[in-house]
Design a binder for this molecule. Structure first.
Ligand code: PLP
Length: 475
């Protein structure tokens, strides 16, 4: 491809992107395709000769776009958001064009130095003390894996990487049943083993960890010759927004010498608003904190920030310096690949810089405050309807609800049919969770482009579809 052709198609792609984003309200949110339908239109083998860009682009529009679920749709209320603010998309176009590998300072000094700056901007924005420094990871899963590896190495006197786990006491890590499955996977991958992930009981309105039970579990494990290493509390769990009392967890954990990693992957973005910071009171004492600007803040996926109080522990756990990666002659520089599991790194700091400068913290705070108040208002409106129940109250902008099944109809079957009917309708997109065995519908507001009218539409669609379902489903 010559550079004129590159320019023409880049302009076409940018124009397409603008048209696409502007047209989202007219598209069904969730893909309305059956499994295999898209693959049936893709050639089984690669072409031997190159094809014209016109044909490739046309197939992209005709075959692939109809099979996309539109994560930037203003009425996407499923999972958690994966917001890509338009300004962060522009930054990503530039990152794609430069296509730098940012593993070491010298492979991309601007990327490294900007990362240091914007991570510190975010630290200030979240109200964290300057005892924290941080790094941009690809995902919260990676950040949590890095933190679990640090917990393991600290507890094993930094011998786990060399000796493996077999020669040592079993490492124990504690959390509740409200944490995301990325914690389970970090436990598997680190070799700690799921039997050594201790589920501490939780309860109360926020499903918070029982810290007396935590203290007792740690003491019991120590007495049994096991090696308590760390605790992973969450702020805004994925299912219903479970939230631990970070100050209480840290107090117990630190009294026992354990490392604390806080998973605030979704809710962390809300901490740019000072009024929400009570939800993670005590976080300043944690050892590691992860939050995903790629969820609620608007930095295009992927972009996860991990703050740590002792980067040396991360580096001691993860750094490896063969000669071909050494950077001779530069003192005091940071090679961020030594702070993370992958060696290769994208230039993720650029979209944060564009985003924070374009919107300013006030712009982002307004968005988050709107989402929280719109969502809470929707919960109130649904609660006022006689056939709806708000089962878990809003935590920030996330709550769960159910619709009463007609007499004689199984409640779970009815709820499942309601979710399917809503998502097949396409005007909004919701997903489900299970709480104490009960299937529930989750609602979260968090889309960058959402308006109060979109949340009103959600109310209308939910009520209309719930009341139009058949009164019996037959055999
Ligand atoms: N932690 C929480 C609370 C989450 O909700 C999620 C994803 O939704 C994750 C961690 C994993 O995030 P990532 O996809 O960045 O690995």
């Amino acid at each position: 491809m010559d550079w004129e052709e590159f320019r023409r198609w880049s302009e076409k792609a940018a124009g397409w992107g603008a048209d696409y984003r502007a047209s989202l309200r007219d598209r069904p949110v969730r893909a309305q395709t059956a499994p295999g339908e898209i693959a049936a239109h893709i050639a089984d083998s690669p072409p031997e000769s190159g094809e014209p860009m016109e044909d490739i682009f046309e197939d992209f529009e005709d075959i692939l776009v109809p099979g996309m679920t539109h994560w930037q749709h203003p009425r996407f209320f499923a999972y958690f958001p994966a917001n890509a603010a338009p300004v962060s998309v522009i930054a990503e176009y530039l990152v794609s064009a430069i296509a730098a590998q940012c593993m070491l300072w010298q492979t991309s000094p601007s990327a490294t130095e900007l990362e240091t700056k914007v991570v510190d901007w975010l630290r200030q924005a979240l109200g964290l003390p300057d005892s924290f420094t941080g790094v941009v990871q690809d995902s919260a899963s990676t950040a949590t894996l890095a933190a679990v590896l640090v917990m393991r190495e600290r507890a094993l006197g930094w011998r786990g990487n060399s000796q493996g786990l077999a020669a040592n006491k079993a490492v124990r890590i504690y959390c509740t049943d409200q944490v995301h499955t990325s914690i389970d996977r970090a436990i598997w991958i680190s070799g700690v083993g799921s039997e050594n992930l201790v589920r501490v009981p939780s309860g109360g309105p926020n499903s918070a960890m029982d810290t007396q039970a935590l203290a007792a579990a740690i003491e019991r494990d120590r007495a049994a010759g096991l090696l308590p290493a760390g605790v992973i509390p969450c702020v805004g769990g994925t299912s219903i927004g479970g939230c631990d009392d970070i100050a209480a967890v840290v107090e117990v954990a630190h009294a026992q010498g354990l490392y604390v990693h806080v998973d605030a992957a979704w809710a962390g973005s809300a901490m740019i608003c000072p009024e929400f910071r009570t939800l993670w009171q005590g976080v300043e004492q944690a050892d590691s904190v992860v939050f995903n600007p790629h969820k609620w803040l608007g930095a295009q996926f992927d972009c996860s920030v991990q703050f740590v109080r002792e980067p040396e522990a991360l580096v001691r756990t993860l750094a490896i310096q063969p000669e071909y990666l050494r950077t001779h002659g530069h003192d005091g520089i940071i090679n961020y690949s030594e702070w993370s599991v992958p060696l290769g790194r994208r230039f993720r700091a650029l979209k944060l810089w564009f985003l924070l400068r374009y919107h300013g913290l006030e712009g982002l705070r307004t968005m988050i405050r709107n989402h929280v108040s719109w969502s809470q208002n929707l919960a109130k409106r649904l609660a006022a309807e006689p056939d709806f129940e708000i089962v878990t109250q809003p935590f920030l902008s996330l709550f769960s609800f159910d619709h009463k099944a007609p007499v004689g109809v199984d409640q779970e079957e009815h709820t499942q049919r309601l979710i399917a009917a809503i998502n097949n309708d396409g005007r909004i997109y919701l997903t489900q969770t299970r709480v104490e065995g009960r299937l529930l519908i989750r609602f979260q507001a968090g889309q960058f482009e959402a308006t109060a009218e979109d949340i009103d539409t959600a109310f209308d669609v939910i009520v209309e579809i719930a009341r139009s379902l058949p009164q019996s489903y037959g055999a």
